[in-house]
Design a protein around this ligand. Structure first.
Ligand code: XMP
Length: 329
């Protein structure tokens, strides 16, 4: 693809021009395609002066930390520091119900951790890192704050994507967003040119605030996160086994903070309800809900109720975007 080859060369030039010859750069890897491609791109431009960090915020999917670290090291040859900040994030989120408040808290915690990481690195290198790389895409920019003349009709914030808005004014690092003008399919193409493994590029998008926007209400309540991880894993594995993964833009489960009555093994239960969401989309700006075969849904719902303790009801989200958004919060 000539266009993306040009974009690649241009971006490498821009990054080399931005970063002084002695400067160091930090990149926060989320485990998603965007930050991995952004990191690989910056690594191509400045090599070992890029320092990657992956934060386990306690809001990751089933076995996500292990899976992602393995990909970075084995496939992408990117040296990555892994920080376990589970306690720190969950303590701050305790009792928080408002979706925007959750997003802001998570955004702030990430920045605190990156600042600490930068300080540690400064001690090690004897020099301050200068930039923080983020894998922000064009749709993130326009949804959080539509640029003038972008032709978007809304001028208010729909959701404050944590990697765009809410950065504190006193943040010591400058932002570098090399994918800011690209759409998702273009980022995947750029990744292909950069030799990022195909399986990685095909991963469904995952939001920065993670499972916090998929556990409605207080994420620390009971074992909501744990239940959600198990349900989500069954759903995604079933989709993969049915050969549907690549046909779907994004699929995931949502934990609802309500209980419903059921009957399991002759016992009355009063347990949790989970929702399944799957959509097709070009760029995440609009989306259509995905039509599964009834047999597939029947099989997934059965597997979930049979193997996840605390769930006795499975529902499917059959709304498109608009009027809904893809995530529930
Ligand atoms: P919504 O829910 O706004 O999501 O329709 C559109 C796409 O963006 C993802 N998303 C996010 N990505 N940080 C991200 O990096 C965020 O805060 C965030 N919120 C939503 C969402 O998963 C979907 O692919």
């Amino acid at each position: 693809d000539w266009k993306m080859q040009d974009v690649l060369e241009e971006e490498v030039k821009v990054i080399k021009g931005m970063v002084g010859p002695e400067d160091h750069v930090i990149c926060a890897l989320s485990g998603g395609v965007d930050s991995a491609v952004a990191a690989t791109l910056v690594h191509k431009a400045i090599g070992d002066r890029l320092h990657c960090v992956f934060v386990d915020n306690g809001l990751l999917r089933y076995k996500e930390r292990e899976r992602v670290m393995e990909t970075f090291e084995r496939d992408l040859h990117l040296p990555v520091t892994c920080i376990d900040a589970t306690e720190q994030f969950l303590n701050k989120l305790k009792g928080v119900i408002d979706p925007e408040a959750k997003r802001k808290i998570i955004g702030r915690e990430f920045i605190c951790i990156f600042d600490d990481f930068a300080r540690d690195l400064e001690h090690k290198l004897g020099k301050k890192p200068v930039f923080l790389v983020q894998g922000t895409l064009y749709p993130d920019v326009i949804e959080s704050c539509p640029p003038p003349g972008s032709g978007r009709t809304h001028s208010h914030t729909i959701k404050s994507h944590h990697n765009v808005g809410g950065l504190p004014k006193d943040m010591k690092l400058k932002l570098m967003e090399p994918l800011k003008l690209l759409f998702k399919d273009e980022v995947r193409e750029l990744g292909r040119i950069l030799n990022v493994p195909g399986a990685f590029l095909k991963r469904h998008p995952f939001p920065g605030p993670g499972l916090a926007v998929r556990v409605l209400g207080d994420v620390t309540e009971g074992n909501a996160l744990d239940i959600l991880r198990q349900v989500d894993e069954i759903f995604i594995q079933s989709i993969k086994e049915a050969g549907l993964y690549d046909l779907i833009w994004q699929a995931f489960a949502v934990f609802l903070p309500i209980r419903s009555v059921g009957v399991q093994g002759d016992q009355r239960t009063h347990s949790h309800v989970v929702a399944l969401r799957a959509v097709t989309s070009q760029d995440g700006m609009t989306a259509d809900w995905y039509y599964f075969k009834h047999e597939f849904l029947d099989d997934v719902a059965r597997k979930i109720c049979n193997s996840v303790r605390g769930v006795n009801r499975v529902v499917q989200d059959i709304t498109s975007k608009p009027p809904s958004t893809i995530e529930w919060e």
